[in-house]
Design a protein around this ligand. Structure first.
Ligand SMILES: Cc1cc2nc3c(=O)[nH]c(=O)nc-3n(C[C@H](O)[C@H](O)[C@H](O)COP(=O)(O)OP(=O)(O)OC[C@H]3O[C@@H](n4cnc5c(N)ncnc54)[C@H](O)[C@@H]3O)c2cc1C
Length: 500
C-alpha cells in the first residue's frame, strides 16, 4: 500500500481530531440509521457509522454506488462520469481512503491545462499566461478596469446583485467581458446576470493573474475589500486514483461498509419518507431491479444525500406548500459525459484540458493518470458537457455527435476514424444552479429540515453546494458524528425499549 507522503501530510488541511479515531459508541448498535444515496457523502457517512457499530442501511437508486463519482465498465475498459480524482486536503478522509483502497490507490501528479489564446497553459491560468492571450489594446483596457473597479468599489461599497456584477467588482468590466461572460453563458446556458453573486464567491476558482495585479495594487495602497472568489483546489499537488478509474473508491467503500455489517442496497429508489411529528420514522423505496416492489424500512436517524428538492417532495403531504414551492425553485444543471475508446496511444499532453470555445468544456485522458486501457495502444477520453435534459447532448443525437467529433478533430485530439467505441453517461444533477434569488428558497428548505429532529441533509445534492469528493465526504462524516453524539447522550426510544 502506498503511504501518504510527507508533503501530502503537510498539505493536508484537515486532520483527524485527537481521540476521534475509530470511536465506538456503547449504545450505538441499537439504533438504525438510513442513508439516502450512495455517493461519496452517503458512503463515507455510512463508513463512519458502521465503524462505530451502528446498524446502517444505504439506499441507492442506481445499479452501482458512487453517484457522480461512479465509473462504469464496458468490455475491458472503465469510463468515469467525468474524470474523478481524490485530493488529499482532508487528512482524515485521505488516510481512510488510503487504508480502504490499499494497493488499488495510485498517485498522479496534477497536470490540468486550459486552452487559451491558441496555446495550452496550466490551469488555473497564471498571471503571465493570461497576459499572453490578451491583445495589447484589450490588455490596457483590462488593466485600467482592474485599477478602476477596486477603487470604485471602495467608494461605492455596493453589494453585487448578481454574478455579473460580482465578477465586474472582482475583475473589472473589460476583463469580465473579455474572459468570463461568454464562457459562463455557454457553461450554464444563461448569462451571468441570471446567476447569483454567491456563485462567484463559492464556486469560481480565483483567477490567480488577477490576484497578482491586486497584490501589486495593494502595495501602492489600493486595497481590494470586495468579494473573494473561492480558493481553487487545483494548485500543484498529487491526486489519487486507481487503475480502473473512479469506480474503485465507491466500490471499496461499499465493500468495507458491508464487511462491518452495514448494507448498501442498490437499485433502491427512495419513494417516500414517513414522519411522526418532527421525526422521520421510516422510508419507502422501490426495488427497481426486480419487479418494482415497494419496500419499507424503519429508521431512528436519517441522513439524506439525495437532491434536497427530491427529499422535500418525498415527504409530500406533511410539507407546507411554501416549503414545497421553495424546493421547486432549486434546480440543477445536468451533465452528459461521453466516454470514448480511441485508437491512439495518447491524445492529450495533460490529465485533462479545459476548452473555452468548444461544445465540451473539458476533455480528460485518465490513462495519463494510470488508468489501464485495453488494448494498451488505445486510450480512453472523457468528454464532459453540461446540457439540458432531452436536449441533443443528453440524447446523444447525431447533430451533437458530429459537432463533438468536429471539435475533437479541430483540437487535434482524435478523428472520427480513431473512435472505436462511445459510451454516454448522464446525470440529472451535475451542478446545483445558483440562480438569481435562490438563497431565500434554500434557506426556507434548510430551516424546514433543521426542524426535523433526526434528519440531516448533506453532500453536494443534499447541501445544494459544490464540494469536491473530500468535501462531500467531510459533510457525511459531520452528519454521522452528530448522530453518534445523539446516540451517546440521548438514548432513542428503541434503546429505551431495549432497556438501555
Ligand atoms: C464532471 C465532474 C467532475 C468532478 N471531478 C471531481 C474530481 O476530480 N475530484 C473531486 O474531488 N470531485 C470532483 N467532482 C465533485 C464530486 O463529484 C462531488 O463532490 C461528489 O461526488 C458528490 O458526492 P455526493 O455524495 O455529495 O453526491 P452524489 O454523488 O450526487 O450522490 C447522491 C446519490 O444519491 C442518489 N440518489 C438520488 N436520488 C435518489 C433516490 N430517490 N433514491 C436513492 N438514491 C438516490 C444518486 O444516484 C447518487 O448516487 C466532480 C464533479 C463533476 C460533476
Amino acid at each position: 500500500m502506498q503511504k501518504p507522503t510527507q508533503t501530502q501530510k503537510a498539505s493536508a488541511r484537515r486532520r483527524r481530531p485527537k481521540g476521534k479515531r475509530r470511536a465506538t459508541h456503547p449504545q450505538a448498535s441499537m439504533d438504525q440509521v438510513v442513508i439516502l444515496g450512495a455517493g461519496c457523502s452517503g458512503l463515507y457517512a455510512a463508513l463512519k457509522l458502521a465503524r462505530a457499530g451502528v446498524k446502517v442501511v444505504v439506499l441507492e437508486k442506481e445499479a452501482i454506488p458512487g453517484g457522480l463519482a461512479r465509473g462504469t465498465r464496458h468490455g475491458d475498459n472503465h469510463y468515469d462520469l467525468g474524470v474523478h480524482m481524490l485530493h488529499a486536503f482532508d487528512q482524515e478522509v485521505f488516510e481512510d481512503m488510503c487504508e480502504i483502497m490499499g494497493d488499488e490507490r495510485i498517485e498522479a501528479p496534477l497536470n490540468a491545462k486550459i486552452k487559451w489564446a491558441g496555446g495550452f497553459y496550466r490551469y488555473p491560468l497564471q498571471f503571465g499566461e493570461l497576459i499572453k492571450g490578451i491583445p495589447k489594446l484589450e490588455l490596457i483596457r483590462c488593466s485600467l478596469g482592474l485599477l478602476f473597479y477596486p477603487l470604485w468599489g471602495r467608494i461605492w461599497k455596493k453589494k453585487p446583485k448578481n454574478a455579473e456584477e460580482a465578477l465586474i467588482q472582482l475583475y473589472g468590466r473589460p476583463l469580465y467581458e473579455f474572459f468570463f461572460e461568454d464562457f459562463t453563458t455557454r457553461y450554464w446556458g444563461f448569462p451571468p446576470a441570471e446567476l447569483s453573486a454567491t456563485f462567484v464567491t463559492t464556486k469560481m476558482p480565483r483567477l490567480s493573474a488577477v490576484d497578482v495585479i491586486k497584490k501589486l495594487l495593494s502595495t501602492i495602497g489600493i486595497k481590494d475589500h470586495s468579494l473573494r472568489a473561492v480558493e481553487t483546489a487545483l494548485a500543484e499537488e498529487t491526486l489519487h486514483y486507481s487503475r480502473t478509474g473512479a469506480e474503485s473508491m465507491p466500490r471499496l467503500l461499499a465493500r468495507e461498509i458491508e464487511r462491518l455489517g452495514g448494507r448498501v442496497l442498490t437499485e433502491a429508489e427512495v419513494q417516500s419518507v414517513h414522519r411522526s411529528g418532527d421525526r422521520v420514522t421510516s422510508v419507502s423505496y422501490r426495488e427497481s431491479g426486480s419487479d418494482g416492489k415497494i419496500c419499507r424500512i424503519e429508521c431512528d436517524h436519517l441522513i439524506s444525500t439525495i437532491p434536497i428538492p427530491d427529499f422535500i417532495r418525498s415527504m409530500n403531504g406533511s410539507v407546507p406548500p411554501p416549503v414545497l414551492a421553495a424546493a421547486d425553485k432549486l434546480r440543477y444543471k445536468p451533465i452528459a459525459v461521453y466516454g470514448l475508446l480511441v485508437k491512439k496511444e495518447r491524445a492529450l499532453d495533460a490529465l485533462y484540458v479545459y476548452y473555452r470555445k468548444r461544445c465540451f468544456h473539458r476533455v480528460g485522458e485518465p490513462k495519463n493518470a494510470g488508468l489501464l486501457v485495453h488494448p494498451s495502444d488505445h486510450t480512453v477520453l472523457i468528454v464532459e458537457t453540461t446540457c439540458e435534459i432531452d436536449g441533443p447532448k443528453w440524447k446523444g443525437e447525431t447533430e451533437f455527435l458530429e459537432r463533438m467529433v468536429l471539435d475533437l478533430e479541430a483540437e487535434g485530439i482524435c478523428t472520427q476514424e480513431d473512435i472505436v467505441e462511445s459510451h454516454l453517461q448522464k446525470a440529472t444533477h451535475g451542478y446545483p444552479i445558483f440562480a438569481l434569488g435562490f438563497e431565500p428558497h434554500l434557506d426556507l428548505v434548510r430551516e424546514y429540515i433543521a426542524e426535523l429532529d433526526n434528519v440531516c441533509s448533506v453532500g453536494r445534492q443534499g447541501g445544494f453546494c459544490f464540494p469536491n469528493m473530500h468535501g462531500a465526504m467531510r459533510m457525511g462524516a459531520v452528519a454521522a458524528e452528530k448522530i453518534l453524539d445523539k446516540m451517546v447522550h440521548v438514548p432513542s426510544p428503541a434503546n429505551q425499549a431495549a432497556g438501555d
